[in-house]
Structure formats: structure tokens, C-alpha cells
Design a protein around this ligand. Structure first.
Ligand code: SAH
Length: 355
């Protein structure tokens, strides 16, 4: 039985699903989930990510994290953790680039939070020289300063969608006619979750919320506020979510998110304001939301790109130049992707970011 048939049967029995429930089933169903049993990344997968495009991304992030560690007085033991590490490429680049930072590797215990058994196996292989540990939640990590990175993790968390109707909201739901899946709307209701959004939206506007992000950010920020450390959140999205950004990607192309559940990657843009406010409520400061291109330029990506280019030629050099452009150019990932830094109120923001 396909996931589509399973979901249609469930909807017929129990009624329509929220978009969040639908996303969770599609991405993480134990048998048919998109992430459960495949490696979706790279040119042969469905999408690619910054660390898979160029080693420079992880190298610069590594140096940014190590600089924060130095600035916070080189704590002797820290957790260096990553949310949704994919193939482990970003963490491997971070660790390679920080080998030269005296004492950093000795201090860092490496933790990965990963839902997919397939990707956990790939991470084990990529990071075999560093003996990482896997954890299912941030609150389970040892009570040490937390240096946390998440690239394209929050966009994979389930969102709910609400359509403004007068001074109430109708939730967008996934229903079925028995053959296919389709979108519908629930009945109009007040939503305490969205009470601040009545002032900046109009009738007919669609708003998304990602409840799953809040406990993750709150526990990370609590740890950072009490023990020290910092978090870097890199993703596509904006300060405040408005409009439908729920999308499916298959074979590097957009597809219909209801067409083949479990076979396409499903994502939504990240509402960085919600993340920043959760971090603030837990006692942390947050940086200005900064375009990825600006952040990487401030960290010196051009100098690093030139130094790598000097040992390359032909196709490898062409690919390297394109990768640099792809990460930084405003028409590519440079503007769409943003970086948010979360840090203790007593510390300066991470290099490349402003308060
Ligand atoms: N950060 C990597 C991979 C991004 S893809 C990179 O930049 O290349 C999203 C990652 O988040 C995958 O590793 C996926 O399996 C993981 N993931 C998605 N939902 C998750 C969840 N609820 N808990 C833990 N990991 C999750």
C-alpha cells in the first residue's frame, strides 16, 4: 500500500489532516517517509544544499564558531551540535577548518540530531574520524556551552497554514475525494497562536506557523543563556512569514505537494521572527537577520575562494567559480538564504553578524 493510499484511507476514516500532520507523514513516516529511507541530497538526489555545493561554506562557519569559542574564554568542554546534518558534510568541513584552532577539538564533543536512519549511517561514515554521538533532543545534551548549527533544518519542520477570514482564521487542510488528495479549508475559528497577526494581515491572507520550531529553539537558547555558546540558523525565509510557501521538490524541480506523498521533499520558508522571539524569551540575544551572501562575504569567502582557485584549473576551476557565485550572488542563494545568530546577552554577536 502506498503512502497516498494510507493517507486517503485515514482521511476517509478520521477526516482531513492539517498541513503539519501531512508534512510529518510525508517526511518521516517509518516506512514510506521521504527522509526515512533515502539520501535526498546532491546532483542525483532531489535538491542540493550549501555545504554540498562548496567546502567554503562549512569552513567559514567553522571559523565563525571557533572564534565565538575563543571570545567566550575557550571553555574546556563544549557541545558542538548540528540539527539535521544531512550527509555530515557541513560538520566535516567545520571540523577540518578548525583543526588549526588550538584546543578547540579537545574541547568539543560532537552531537548530531537526525531523524533519518539512512542519513545517520551516512553521517557515521563521513564523520568516522571524530566519533560523533546522536541525540534525539537538545535537552538530552550534556549541560555544557552549546555551539549549534542548523542549515536547511527548520524548513523541513511541519507547518500549519491559516487563511484570514474577517477577524478569525480558517485552517488549510488536506482532504480527499477517495481517489486523490486535495486542499480544503476548516471552519472559521479564533486562533490564539495568531493573535498578533490580526494587525499586519488582511482578509484572504495566508499565514504559516511552525509550532515544532519553538521547543527546539527554546531549549537551545536556554542552554546558551545559562551555559554559554551560540547558535547559527541558516535557511530560506524571512523575518515574518506571509503567504503560501509550502512546496515540493523532486529531481531539482518544483512539483505538486499532494501528488506523490513520501516521494518529494516538502518544505516551507522559515519564519525567523518566530525563532528569534523564542530565543529571546529563553534569555538569549539575537543578531540582525543577514543575507547568506553578505554573511559569507564578511567572513572572507572571496579571499578563501581565490586561495582555493590558485590550485585549480579547467573544469574544476569553472565549477569552483560557479559554486562561489551560487552561495553568494543575490540572484542565487545569496539573498534567499538568511543567517540568524543566537548568543548570550553578555557576548558579542558571532563574526559576520550584527546586533
Ligand atoms: N543540513 C544538511 C541537510 C539538510 S536536509 C545540509 O545542509 O546539507 C534536512 C535535514 O534535516 C536532513 O538531514 C533530515 O533528515 C533532517 N530532518 C528533517 N526533519 C527532522 C526532524 N524532525 N528531526 C531531526 N532531523 C530532521
Amino acid at each position: 500500500m502506498s503512502l497516498k493510499d494510507i493517507l486517503i484511507a485515514r482521511i476517509q476514516q478520521n477526516g482531513p489532516l492539517t498541513v503539519a500532520d501531512y508534512m510529518t507523514e510525508c517526511l518521516l513516516h517509518p516506512k514510506h517517509g521521504y527522509y526515512t529511507n533515502r539520501d535526498p541530497l546532491g546532483s542525483r538526489g532531489d535538491f542540493t544544499t550549501a555545504p554540498e555545493i562548496s567546502q567554503m561554506f562549512g569552513e567559514l562557519i567553522g571559523l565563525c564558531i571557533a572564534q565565538c569559542w575563543v571570545d567566550q574564554g575557550r571553555p574546556a568542554q563544549i557541545c558542538l551540535a548540528e540539527l539535521g546534518p544531512g550527509r555530515g558534510t557541513l560538520m566535516a568541513d567545520i571540523l577540518r577548518a578548525t583543526r588549526q584552532v588550538p584546543g578547540f577539538h579537545d574541547a568539543a564533543e560532537i552531537f548530531l540530531l537526525e531523524a533519518s536512519p539512512t542519513l545517520r549511517e551516512i553521517q557515521r561514515e563521513t564523520l568516522r574520524d571524530y566519533s560523533p554521538k546522536w541525540s534525539s533532543s537538545i535537552s538530552d545534551l550534556p549541560a555544557l556551552p552549546l555551539f549549534l548549527i542548523a542549515n536547511e533544518f527548520f524548513d523541513a519542520l511541519p507547518i500549519r497554514q491559516f487563511l484570514r477570514d474577517g477577524d478569525g482564521w480558517r485552517e488549510r487542510l488536506v482532504g480527499s475525494d477517495g481517489k486523490s488528495l486535495n486542499f480544503g479549508l476548516g471552519t472559521r475559528a479564533a486562533q490564539t497562536l495568531l493573535k498578533d497577526r490580526l494587525t499586519d494581515t488582511n482578509d484572504g491572507d495566508l499565514v504559516e506557523c511552525c509550532a515544532a520550531a519553538v521547543p527546539i529553539i527554546s531549549s537551545a537558547a536556554e542552554r546558551i543563556a545559562t551555559c554559554g555558546g551560540m547558535a547559527l540558523i541558516v535557511d530560506y525565509g524571512d523575518w515574518r512569514a506571509l503567504g503560501d510557501t509550502f512546496q515540493a521538490l523532486r529531481d531539482h524541480k518544483h512539483s505538486d505537494p499532494l501528488e506523490e506523498p513520501g516521494k518529494a521533499d516538502l518544505t516551507a520558508h522559515v519564519d525567523f521572527e518566530a525563532i528569534a522571539r523564542s530565543a529571546q524569551s529563553a534569555g538569549c540575544s539575537f543578531s540582525r537577520l543577514t543575507p547568506q551572501g553578505v554573511y559569507l562575504e564578511r567572513l572572507g569567502i572571496t579571499a578563501r575562494a581565490q586561495s582555493l582557485a590558485s590550485s585549480l584549473q579547467g573544469q574544476a576551476l569553472e565549477a569552483h567559480i560557479l559554486a562561489h557565485r551560487r552561495l553568494t550572488h543575490p540572484n542565487e542563494m545569496g539573498n534567499l538564504f538568511k543567517v540568524l545568530g543566537i548568543y548570550p546577552p553578555s557576548a558579542a554577536p558571532p563574526p559576520g553578524l550584527e546586533p
